[in-house]
Design a protein around this ligand. Structure first.
Ligand SMILES: [Zn+2]
Length: 236
């Protein structure tokens, strides 16, 4: 398994570690590394991009995936040279993109907090799309008079931004997670995100440290179809 350093530190942009080996699959060349700061696309959040370098070699990382064995595959292309097994390498991510992705993704959780604060308990979050282009959260359940809610939800979420709610990430044991209805792999722990004062939520994404870092949130559109309410938002 690749050690996932991004889970414990959203703000780490550089890391020295060891190159393991590479493989070629349907997508292209993939590098495997001992531990990584690159977030692999998943949970509605895009992957990080950046570079893996040693003294004589540069590899540009253009997409990242996590496979079923827990290995992170860094896809991209060699700009110069090639790595040898066991070589020391430096990983660097595009930090501006990382923080933008973390803010957009955290805004999705804050939207859940706003929905819960407004006592819209019949709306259960089911799916999030947190790419910078057109993010949204989908809820099982119908929001009646949806357009009347746009301003109310927007006002509430921006109040929560101003409240500077602290955001932390930690692990719950399998049993602790089960008690809170949070999924964890059989016998394993669950990684959760905790917006202080709200229910914790199982999530393997990258988050900012406080709601004020998210910035102003705009509620763009609310769509209700086939028992699902989709709330689209953007951040400034
Ligand atoms: Zn998350």
């Amino acid at each position: 398994m690749t050690k996932l350093i991004y889970l414990s530190d959203t703000y780490l942009a550089n890391l020295n570690t060891k190159f393991k080996h590479e493989l070629i699959d349907d997508i292209g060349i993939a590098l495997l590394i001992d531990q990584t700061i690159f977030y692999p696309q998943g949970g509605g959040q895009p992957s990080d991009v950046g570079y893996i370098k040693s003294e004589n070699t540069t590899f540009k990382v253009t997409s990242v995936r996590l496979n079923e064995l827990g290995l992170v595959l860094h896809y991209g292309e060699y700009i110069e040279g090639e790595f040898t097994e066991g070589e020391q390498v430096n990983l660097s991510i595009d930090f501006d993109k990382r923080i933008l992705n973390a803010r957009v993704h955290s805004a999705g959780h804050l939207l859940d907090c706003a929905v819960s604060s407004l006592k819209l308990a019949h709306l259960k979050p089911t799916k999030g799309f947190h790419f910078p282009e057109g993010p949204y959260v989908e809820y099982a359940g119908i929001l009646e008079n949806k357009n009347d809610w746009i301003d109310t939800i927007q006002e509430k979420i921006n109040d929560l931004v101003k409240e500077n709610i602290q955001i932390s990430n930690y692990s719950l044991s399998f049993d602790e997670a089960a008690q809170k209805n949070i999924w964890a792999p059989p016998g394993k722990s669950a990684r959760v995100v905790d917006f202080e004062g709200f229910e914790v939520c199982g999530c393997g994404g990258t988050h900012v440290m406080s709601s004020s870092e998210i910035g102003v949130v705009n509620i763009r559109k609310i769509k209700v179809k086939k028992g699902v309410t989709r709330i689209a938002y953007s951040i400034k």
